[in-house]
Design a protein. Structure first.
Length: 582
DNA sequence: GCCGTTTTCGGCCCGACTGTTTTCAGTCG
């Protein structure tokens, strides 16, 4: 430990004290002491005495004592105590311009926000606009600030990079020396989180492609430039890697760079049994190239079905493709309506009417509006006396839409309380067409308690579906501890549906367990959890993940037509209540 | 928490700017 280390710790203490809303002059004392120490010519060692330290102007007896303790033991109780009581995410939030300790503390105390990711999500859910001394502009500025600091993180949400990736690819695709090209890698596989953007291109003029690529105006920085491989960084902070091959090699390279690594390994292992070697340049038997013009040809050569990129995760797709049992994956056009929508009856920023008009424009047949329930006060959850008004508005609009074959289903997103019970008495729950249940509080239970709590909610006869089953916020908040397999089993036993929350921040149910849910016969609903018009379109991200999870049209609830959905919801309610009354 | 002193408490830099709010709080430099 030297002078620099001590100064750093003093500064950190100052920051942590700020977040505790301590006396500003005490805070300044620590900052001043740090600066004074660094500026002094003292040779700080274990032998340095408290008296020597207090001789420095700006370091008094208290801080001198603490520096002494630090030098002697390498640690300081005050410092450790502060670190343990203040979430590290709060310190990170200070990096956001326009956001200082006061506001951070307010957000932490009142909304329980502990890191940048949660904050971003709260902004997107419009939860800051009504706080005292916050507002629309403040919320926007915070979002802008978050964008700025996110640049330098190494992981990216699919949704935040796909547009930029497509723009760059578009330019490569249209460059006159490029013959064929494609996005590859995890982005092509539609992973929820990606590290970089991979592009594969075929050309006879690789150097020209490299020059073109590295001089794109999108290239904030050129990371590497070689003869067949280059890398640039976009202003969003993500790297784009390009790899060029001859056109003959293109399908093999595309397959190779699409991955996943695990899929490639499994493919190679399979090929070895036929004495075939696979690499990015081709399929080889006794060093002789087996000609393929496309990826389809490659799979065909092994007598396999074509495996869509989303499935290439070595999750059983190779065996299925050989047995001709790959699923016929759901597509965007299969979705007939959207559930889990918040409007300005709770924390959404659109009216029910605006929402429905957009959905009609999008070609959908129904909307399942589901405001927050009364416990979710932070989100303007519906108090019991507001429900009649909410129903009246829906009835009024439904009369208008009758001729347009569009219908609004009356729903609620009911908080699952700590003991697993729901937020309203049965006589209120019974009035809704559907009831979505969800955890929004007390995330820190043990796995056993949390699982029990959720299963109790699933067993409630009024429950239609479970929203965001693990509560994760990608790159921000880990899932709460829950035995997801037991949850799926309980959903299957109780005829309760599971949501695949399509918000690009959630994508929860995880695709890795979708296949299991499908096998248990649980219906999945792809829900955008929309709070705005723009959010309505995010169902598409959910479709991506559903595809990764092997789901077909028939596995997904909201592919039913309006007529079918009316029946479905009615029957489900009846059957579940009947079962209980027995 | 530091400093200074008319020696043990009272002051500690402050104005511009923004976004709220309708007179002010918070952030920045």
């Amino acid at each position: 430990m030297d002078k620099k280390d001590v100064a750093r710790i003093l500064n950190e203490i100052a920051t942590l004290l700020e977040l505790k809303d301590e006396n500003p002059f005490k805070i300044r004392a620590y900052t001043n002491a740090a600066r004074a120490l660094e500026a002094s010519d003292i040779d700080l060692t274990e032998k340095t005495t408290v008296e020597e330290l207090t001789r420095i102007k700006g370091i008094g007896s208290h801080i001198a004592e603490r520096i002494k303790i630090l030098m002697d033991s390498g640690t300081l109780p005050l410092y450790e105590e502060l670190k343990s009581t203040i979430p590290p995410g709060l310190v990170e939030m200070l990096k956001i311009p326009t956001l200082g300790p006061k506001k951070i503390k307010y957000l932490y105390d009142n909304l329980g926000i502990t890191n940048v990711g949660e904050l971003e999500y709260a902004c997107i859910e419009n939860r800051l606009v009504d706080l005292p001394h916050f507002g629309k502009k403040t919320q926007e500025n915070i979002l802008k600030g978050i964008e700025a600091i996110k640049k330098y993180k190494e992981q990216f949400l699919y949704a935040s990079v796909i547009d930029g990736a497509l723009e760059v690819w578009e330019k490569i695709k249209n460059f006159k020396y490029v013959i064929r090209s494609s996005i590859a890698g995890s982005l092509r596989r539609k992973k929820e989180i990606v590290k970089d953007i991979d592009i594969v291109a075929s050309t006879d003029e690789s150097l020209k492609v490299m020059d073109f690529f590295t001089s794109l105006k999108e290239a904030e920085e050129v990371i590497a430039k070689g003869d067949t491989k280059s890398s640039i960084r976009l202003s969003s902070g993500i790297n784009v890697d390009i790899r060029t091959v001859t056109d003959e090699q293109f399908p093999y390279a595309l397959h190779h760079f699409t991955g996943s690594k695990e899929h490639n390994i499994a493919m190679r292992t399979m090929a070895i049994k036929d004495n075939i070697k696979i690499n990015e340049y081709g399929l080889f038997k006794d060093d002789k190239l087996i000609k393929c013009y496309s990826e389809e040809d490659i799979y065909n050569f092994f007598s396999m079905q074509y495996i869509p990129p989303e499935l290439r995760e070595n999750f059983g797709e190779i065996e299925a493709a050989r047995n001709n049992t790959l699923p016929e994956l759901i597509e965007e056009k299969d979705i007939s309506g959207i559930f889990h929508i918040h409007t300005n009856f709770s924390d959404g920023n659109m009216s029910i009417k605006q929402c429905c008009e957009e959905l009609i424009k999008m070609g959908f047949e129904y909307a399942g509006i589901s405001e927050h329930s009364k416990t979710a006060q932070y989100a303007g959850g519906l108090k019991e006396e507001q429900i009649e008004l909410y129903f009246e508005e829906i009835d009024r609009l439904n009369r208008q839409y009758e001729n347009q074959s569009f219908k609004i289903f009356k729903g609620i997103e009911s908080d699952i309380l700590l003991d697993g019970s729901l937020d309203y008495p049965n006589e209120i729950l019974e009035k809704f067409d559907f009831v979505i249940v969800a955890i929004h509080s007390s995330f820190n239970l043990s796995e056993e308690e949390m699982t029990k709590r959720i299963i109790k909610a699933i067993e409630n006869p009024y429950t239609t579906m479970l929203a965001h089953p693990t509560g994760r916020l990608l790159l921000a908040r880990d899932p709460y501890k829950v035995d997801i397999i037991k949850i799926i089993n309980a959903a299957a036993e109780n005829n309760v549906d599971l949501e695949l929350n399509a918000s690009p921040f959630r994508l929860d149910l995880d695709w890795r367990v979708c296949k299991y849910a499908k096998e248990k016969g649980v219906k999945i609903f792809i829900n955008p959890d929309a709070h705005s018009i723009q959010n309505l379109y995010e169902y598409k991200f959910g479709v991506n993940i559903a595809r990764k999870g092997w789901l077909e049209k028939e596995d997904v609830g909201n592919t039913l037509s309006l007529k079918e959905m009316e029946e479905y919801l009615k029957n489900k309610k009846m059957e579940r209540l009947k079962k209980v009354s027995k």
